[in-house]
Design a protein around this ligand. Structure first.
Ligand code: XMP
Ligand code: MG
Length: 172
């Protein structure tokens, strides 16, 4: 395996600080629930929540989008659902990376059936070249090339989630 840094921790901090500032401005005086998408979104959510300068509630959902294949099928299985009642609340879904868009599309549709005041999407990384559905992501950190990445929550076979920077990983 060859690994090469794509996003440094300084750059990640800068991106998350900026997103937190925008979210604070946009949601001031609203009841905001951050819904982190496990597992990949856990680090981004933890950092982002600390850059949001207002009261927020935090919940998590765990989904498996890939099944046995290596690409999103659009068939999303919920492994762990949220625990709070989000009806009437403003929900911001916090995901690590948007690729085909099928996972976030599914989650947005799902939350839209729960009577939320609004449902918006945040992803720290975006691979726009891979998109299969026309989906608006309200808060995007940074666009990245179509390469497999690990670190900052993202894994390869459950490894590397704890790396503080984002790496491109290639088989050698
Ligand atoms: P879709 O295609 O539904 O997929 O937008 C989003 C999910 O796919 C995972 N994903 C990756 N995970 N390195 C990873 O570790 C990658 O390069 C990568 N590309 C997509 C990701 O978990 C996201 O939730
Ligand atoms: Mg994920």
């Amino acid at each position: 395996m060859k690994m090469e840094v794509l996003i440094t921790k300084e750059k990640l901090e800068e991106i998350v600080t900026d997103l937190g500032r925008r979210i604070t401005e946009d949601y001031r005086d609203k009841e905001l629930v951050l819904v982190g998408v496990l597992k990949g979104g856990f680090i981004f959510l933890a950092d982002l929540a600390r850059k949001i300068d207002m009261d927020v509630k935090i919940d998590f959902i765990s989904v498996s989008s890939y099944g046995n294949s290596t690409e999103s099928s659009g068939v999303v299985r919920i492994i762990k659902d949220i625990e709070s009642d989000v009806s009437g609340k403003h929900v911001l879904i916090v995901e690590d990376l948007i690729d085909t868009g099928l996972t976030l599309q599914y989650l947005k549709d799902l939350f839209n059936t729960k009577g939320c005041a609004s449902v918006k999407l945040a992803a720290i990384m975006d691979k726009p070249d891979r998109r299969k559905v026309d989906l608006k992501v309200d808060y995007v950190g940074i666009e990245i090339p179509d390469e497999f990445v690990v670190g900052y929550g993202l894994d390869y076979a459950e490894k590397y989630r704890n790396l503080p920077e984002v790496y491109i990983i290639r088989e050698t």
